[in-house]
Design a protein around this ligand. Structure first.
Ligand code: NAD
Length: 363
């Protein structure tokens, strides 16, 4: 308690942290800009009913740094940032609130670009677009990148194939059991791809209607939400919440690999090390789920060149990302070092190199 911004362990040398208040709409928002070394900071906007502004600040700082790493590993010319709006997305959303948010983002003059995240929809972003051009993830128009979920799912799918090649010495997923937690936007598309490649799926979701639908079309077995950790699977695919790899689940998960779309899967970095020491291959979350942000980056490109959204560019970046993922697996084996540490090292080196370059150009 009483901790200040600069002392917080999550501060992590953020370039800027901006708090916004709008009296008329009640907007309370924090925009965190971790790094602009590689380009304008890009990261989603989360609307969440935080218990305190300290909790909101902690969340936005952690997420913002994560975006710097994700964007760097995907080799995008974008830095990392994130924003949070404090409030209940079910009861406190108004068009005016998002227009006020747009005005707030606009004052940053293009240092930060917002997009959808938990609690914020395409319609909300469209509202913010009325007061700022510094938002991405639009639904309509030639630049629009639309729903990123299919591209995210494709990246996770190809990563699963890369893992199958290394770990199980096979080019498809025949005979492998995959335990899927969450079959929403990304999980649903992913389930179709995994099933088509021959995997046997065991799945859960708290949304029973969606679960029944996805299970029926993929021939999957259904289990209760908490039972997913006990499934005798070859691969665990977390596609719902963060921090499901934690001291309580570690003893229950017997899969040889973890490959899923969820953000922040490791409750702490130490969990990644424990998985490594147990011989479990952990696919770093922000590497394998980078397809979504690549899709968003294509909208930024279109904006900057006054051109149109280019799916071929998305495909090029996505295949490069999967190559990077495979390099991480290779280095992990050769250097006998956990995959998440190698991913972090790659991201940090790329960000540092860009920062050096910027300094040189300024001199
Ligand atoms: P989503 O909300 O569409 O899907 C999440 C699903 O998980 C829902 O169906 C929900 O009912 C289910 N769920 C929630 N709690 C659960 C629980 N305790 N047990 C089982 N199921 C539970 O979200 P999404 O867009 O598919 O994203 C899934 C994950 O991937 C999130 O962690 C998200 O941050 C991450 N991610 C998504 C994208 C993207 O392109 N959408 C990109 C990168 C990362």
């Amino acid at each position: 308690m009483g901790m200040t911004l600069f002392d917080s362990p999550s501060f992590a040398n953020h370039e800027g942290v901006h708090a916004f208040f709008d009296e008329k709409t009640g907007l309370k928002a924090v925009v965190a800009v971790h790094s602009t070394a590689r380009g304008p900071a890009v990261g989603g906007t989360r609307m969440w009913n935080y218990a305190s502004s300290a909790e909101a600040l902690e969340d936005v700082l952690r997420l913002s740094k994560g975006m710097s790493y994700k964007n760097a590993v995907a080799d995008l010319e974008m830095g990392g940032g994130k924003s949070v709006i404090i409030g209940d997305s079910r009861t406190q959303k108004t068009p005016e609130l998002f227009r006020a948010f747009g005005r707030a983002v606009d004052t940053l003059g293009g240092v930060y670009y917002a997009a959808e995240d938990v609690g914020v929809s395409v319609a909300d972003i469209a509202e913010a677009r009325k007061t700022t051009s510094r938002v991405l993830g639009l639904k309509d128009g030639p630049e629009a990148s639309g729903d990123p979920s299919p591209v995210t799912a494709e990246g996770v799918y190809r990563s699963t194939l890369a893992v199958a090649r290394r770990l199980f010495k096979q080019d498809d997923l025949t005979g492998l059991t995959i335990a899927m937690q969450g079959v929403g936007h990304v999980g649903g598309y992913l389930a179709d791809k995994l099933a088509a490649a021959g995997a046997k799926l065991v799945m859960t979701d708290v949304n029973t209607a969606t679960l029944a639908e996805v299970a029926a079309r993929t021939g999957a077995e259904i289990v209760a939400p908490d039972a997913i950790y006990d499934v005798k699977a070859d691969i665990y695919a977390p596609c719902a919440l963060g921090a499901t790899l934690n001291p309580h689940t570690l003893g229950r998960i017997t899969a040889k690999a973890v490959v899923g779309a969820a953000n922040n899967q490791l409750a702490t970095p130490e969990i990644g090390r424990i998985l490594f020491e147990r011989g479990v291959l952990y696919a770093p979350d922000y590497v394998v789920n980078g397809g979504g942000i690549i899709n968003v980056a294509a909208e930024m490109n279109a904006r900057q060149t006054k051109g149109a959204f280019d799916p071929a560019w998305v495909e090029k970046k996505l295949s490069r990302l999967i190559e990077t993922f495979d390099e991480i697996l290779e280095r992990s084996a050769v250097e006998n070092r956990p995959t998440h540490e190698i991913a972090d090292a790659i991201a940090e080196a790329r960000i540092a190199a860009a920062a050096d370059e910027k300094l040189k150009q300024a001199a």
